[in-house]
Design a protein around this ligand. Sequence first.
Ligand code: UDP
Length: 334
Amino acid sequence: MAVLVCGGAGYIGSHTVKALLKRKEEVIVLDNFQQGHTEAVDDEALLYNGDLRDEAIVEEIFLNHKITSVIHFAANSLVAESVRNPLSYYDNNLYGTLCLVKAMNKYGVKQIVFSSTAAVYGDPVSTPILETDPTHPTNPYGETKLATEKMLKWCAAAYNMQYIILRYFNAAGADMGGEIGEDHNPETHLIPLVLQAALRKREKIMIYGDDYDTRDGTCIRDYIHVDDLASAHVVALEKLRRNRKSGTYNLGTEKGFSVKEVIDAACKVTGVNIVAEKAARRTGDPAVLIASSAKAKKELEWKPKYESLEEIVTSAWRWFQKYPEGYKSKSYVQ
Ligand code: UDP
């Protein structure tokens, strides 16, 4: 009885693999290493280097292992890149999942936990965002995730499958043990960029817009610790096994912090006076994105453990201090 984790060498995937192994699950990871890192995957997991769109490797995995459920992270997730190259997003995110579900159906694997995103909502109609709110993505990334959600719903009905869709807000922080963390190339996310500025790896942080209708004029986001996301996958999987019931859940802390508040927290945590400069708004950024996680709390019995921004930034800072070049520096630090 094994769990197949697609994209298990990526940021959220690797933290989830670690959490699954802690629960003594047998874990098989499939990753194409476009963004993943071998060093991020715990040795106890069995690692396949390959792509979901490659039928041969997917067949090999389903033939060789008794897979009973799938957790699916494998996707591209950069908004700007998706606007420049929508076809590659439809290909990897939607078609990649189609290939996976086809194989699951062929081999009688019925349960999937799927990584989705707050980007499916587009500009929110109200705050906090509920799962029942309208979904109008404003970029191809969000569109491909929403299209995949819909495909899963139709497939579940047709093939007697069950899914849990998890819509993440802003994933942040690093493993509390300090051995795995965030390592994207290129890096576009606020917290790692601010910490790179603290490490003097970049001169300053640009604040994308300070004229939003928010308490300090900068965008407000709901930052959720990556270990809390990982624990949500574990409980979602357990819930699927127990109840065989599909559902869609937001994952956030239900608290919003502004860009300026993130920079201030990072100054406090690092003790460095981080230089920030205002810049133009980034296209497609809504002013405020805050989750209602009431449904996940009630039905999944999940609760985030790390709700303070300082705790989240501290965990990321620990990782970046120890491994300033990310996984590349793991070999020479240890
Ligand atoms: N942001 C910023 N400067 C940066 C990167 C991000 O001001 O160098 C802002 C961005 O406009 C957004 C927030 O920080 O309001 C979080 O952005 P991130 O890219 O981390 O996540 P997103 O909300 O886009 O998923």
